[in-house]
Design a protein around this ligand. Sequence first.
Ligand code: GLC
Length: 545
Amino acid sequence: MSDSPWWRDAVIYQVYIRSFADADGDGIGDIAGIRERLPYLAALGVDALWINPWYASPQADAGYDVADYRAIEPAYGTVADAEKLIVDAHEHGLRLVPDIVPNHTSDQHVWFRAALADEPGARARYVFRPGSGPDGAEPPNNWRSHFGGPAWTRVADGSWYLHLFDPGQPDLNWANPEVAAEFEAVLRFWFDRGVDGFRIDVAHGLVKDPALPDLTDPRDQLGRSYPAGGHPYVDREGVEEIYEAWRRVADSYPGERMFVAEAWTPAPERLARYVAPGRLHTAFNFDYLVAPWDPAALREAIDVTTGHLRAAGAPATWVLSNHDVVRHPSRYGRPTTEREEVPTSTVARDGATDLVLGTRRARAALLLEAALPGGMYVYQGEELGLPEVEDIPDDARQDPTWQRSGFTVRGRDGARVPLPWSATAGTSAGFSPPGATAPWLPQPAGWTDYAADRQEGDPDSVLELYRAALRRRRAHPALGDGDMAWVSAPGDAVLHLRREPGFACVVNLGLEPVDLPAHDEVLLASVPLEGGRLGPDAAVWLAVS
Ligand code: GLC
């Protein structure tokens, strides 16, 4: 790999803490569970961990409703445990990047309680408005919550507050300087404790049009039907100033602290604003995530985003799955080539998922992703080849989407099922110690088939493919940060890219096996070659001269 700053080409492993590893037996993952698994993560070959919100929270949206940004959720541990994890992770050569949630707090946050009590100045930290219609009995405008229903809830004295997500997640008013000051202090609180950066939740949403106009299309929550920056709450001008201030905070610390923005922008060129010089270091490339398994779509997502980010001086980041979307072996095994406009809403689909096909494609997708210039994210369990769990009993569902949508949209639980660590040890496929409480989301039958200890040492397993790919990626001088060039032409069913010195990646997205191009050595193949040829939905890394 190159000797660029670490965040330009890091492999960052996403720890969804509730479902990662439960050390104390309450059926919920915790910080002690992460500490126990650091050797596994170091051996996997990742460089850093992004940890989903670990703060004290009533869990109305799995921790994205933060009641206290300076406290750890008691089910996960304490601030002292977090400090120990930071030290241990660093000893294992792993950096630590927690989530920060600046768009909204929990309704149990001390600020929101003060707002409900109408203490002086307290409501000005949130978005309170009188209602519309007779007696103000209707919401102030037509905005919808991402989880379904109106984006407004009425309080006892008749006014309404804005929540673009759950009613337990009131939106903050970033026009109020107290809000900006508080978040800078929170960043410092955790930087002082040694964290290496933050993943910024809903980074595109902090600035709202103060006039709060009705949406012309209330279903347009990504701003696609508006001119750039013209949507009342998606990707407005002004977010960049917030992040310039955050960058100054990060840069005031030694070591290279970084930010990655979760920014859903209406067009890829808008993403560049978040990572322009003096702003954030990186932003997730969701265009790549939502691209179907199709050569033209993947190539376009790679070229377009890379181009815009490079123009801004930032590296690309590649991501295939996270806690909000259907796991990619299932996505790639579905009979659809459509781009998913709103990948956060996991709508039940007709038509079977072909997991054999989806898994084969997921293996190839890993080799493509790890060959691209920039950094990449691995969502916990993708290294085990976990599919989406499609048959969670409805009464066990936890995602607020299920209830808020009037029980029509199942939500994201299927990507959040607790990990299977062991086919033999512990309870719940080794997620918890023996005799523990059942896990917070039920695991499906056959989950131990994916257990890490069952895959370990099996050269055909997804886990060993990940280990081999990440090991090679780290060792190869052509991989990580830098440039790439296409050898294949646009429209080809085969994607063939080169990186210097001496590396090629070939992915066959067609229906027939293809010959390998001239090469010195096969470095790694997603599945065995077929008589020296590359089969459909397969990828290979080659040493070339
Ligand atoms: C982000 C998170 C998602 C959460 C939402 C509200 O999209 O990834 O899980 O529900 O923000 O905080």
